[in-house]
Design a binder for this molecule. Structure first.
Ligand code: ZN
Length: 427
């Protein structure tokens, strides 16, 4: 079975869980991910712990939530039917209200009449229910309603997952994804399932040049918390990093640069986007929205950018019940998987190379006119010769690919042939 299909199956398992930034939802999700990646470590930080300018929030637990008509006892909204029906982090409530009073706590989208919006209130105590506009229209405005939310906020912990893979070098490639959205597919379950299958891809390789670090955190508070504990190590080790989110729909690829815009992460991603994907949308750092906000903050300055399918905030399904298992597809996931596995291969092979021969080497006596495996031979020989011309020790694989107007992934084969024939060596 193709990875896209397997990733989709894993997503189906994770989809029904009621995740939030803390609590049983993310813990249960991490345990399911650990069944696929036994080396995943589940870590915890206590409520109240300081992380830079923030504090780890209390844990949130919700048992049940509903709105019923007081005269008939009929439940008109029930959290049991959809995780998005309750505003995330709602405080407990049990009140009888007029429709007008209740309506102040109801959230819906007139522009998307069938969608239940996703709303949270992590840092100010509030309560509310979310429903479709069509459902809202059916509520009887003359009736009284009883709103019940049985929830608790208590000193507990924030959990996150971490996977480290050891390579020849201590220098790292970093992937960050989040696990805090309930029953939402592209934003956000596509990220953790892609991360899981990228880890499996790396584990199958005989050896790795770079070391790799993957983290599965709640968005914003999780990255701030992780940075507050690991900043100096990350600054020393991370050479390129990516936030994995919105990687499962069938829309065009999107690129959102790091704040610096010119890091190795950007350079590798852009080469593949330009020469493998070709048709993609390019955003500015001003369009940021996920954990790159923290990773690229002044003083943090990690080389982290994003390659997504449809970018968060730009698709109509975003943060509503329409971002579901119909919107994300095995095909969309497979396309992202193929992009990121190529990206990993490019980074693994991205060294500076220098020629071993002065003046053009004689390719014929090395049999090189016949060793190029596929495609149009004369074209490949041309690429090989052009590659050699730029092996002056100052260009890495991606630089040469950019000069030649080629995908760096495509040039790995040429580079390996030249290394094998000792025509070039690593600087
Ligand atoms: Zn989101």
């Amino acid at each position: 079975m193709k990875e896209g299909k397997l990733m989709f199956e894993l997503m189906k398992k994770l989809f029904p869980i009621n995740r939030s930034i803390t609590g049983e939802g993310p813990r249960q999700s991490l345990k399911i991910l650990r069944e696929h990646i036994p080396s995943l470590e589940i870590k915890s930080v206590k409520s109240g712990e300081k992380c830079f300018d923030w504090e780890v929030p209390k844990e949130w637990h919700i048992e049940e939530a509903y709105i019923e008509e007081t005269d008939t006892g009929k439940k008109v909204i029930d959290f049991k039917n959809h995780n998005l029906h309750v505003v995330g982090y709602s405080i407990p409530v049990d009140k009888v209200l007029t429709f007008e009073e209740l309506d102040k706590h109801l959230f819906y989208r007139e522009d998307l009449p069938d969608a239940i919006p996703y709303i949270t209130s992590y840092y100010s105590p509030n309560w509310g229910f979310c429903l479709s506009y069509n459902q809202h229209k059916t509520l009887d405005k003359t009736k009284k309603y009883r709103a019940v939310i049985k929830s608790k906020h208590f000193d507990g912990e924030l959990n996150y997952g971490e996977v480290k893979l050891k390579g020849k070098s201590d220098k790292e490639i970093f992937f960050s994804t989040y696990i805090c959205h309930p029953s939402l597919a592209n934003d956000n379950l596509s990220g953790p399932v892609l991360a899981t299958y990228l880890i499996k891809y790396l584990q199958k390789k005989k050896s790795l040049n770079y070391s790799y670090r993957f983290i599965f955190i709640p968005e914003t508070i999780g990255s701030i918390c992780y940075l507050s504990k690991n900043l100096s190590e990350l600054k020393e080790k991370v050479q390129a990093g990516y936030v994995l989110t919105c990687v499962g729909d069938e829309g065009k690829f999107s690129y959102l640069p790091s704040r610096n815009g010119n890091t190795l992460a950007d350079k590798a991603a852009l080469n593949l986007l330009n020469y493998e994907i070709k048709d993609f949308k390019k955003y500015s750092y001003l369009d940021r929205g996920s954990d790159e906000r923290q990773y690229c903050y002044p003083g943090v300055d990690l080389p982290v950018c994003l390659v997504m399918k449809s970018k968060f905030l730009t698709f109509k399904e975003y943060h509503t019940s329409l971002d579901n298992l119909d919107f994300v597809t095995p095909k969309g996931l497979q396309e992202s998987y193929e992009f990121y596995t190529k990206l990993i291969d490019v980074l693994e092979n991205n060294k500076k190379y220098i020629t071993n021969v002065l003046c053009e080497p004689q390719l014929g006596k090395r049999g090189l006119y016949h060793t190029i495996s596929t495609g149009n031979i004369s074209d490949k020989i041309k690429v090989l010769r052009n590659f050699l011309v730029y092996t002056d020790g100052s260009n890495d694989l991606i630089d040469i690919a950019n000069i030649l107007g080629k995908s760096a992934f495509e040039l790995i084969e040429i580079k390996n042939i030249l290394l094998k024939h000792k025509l070039i060596e690593e600087v």
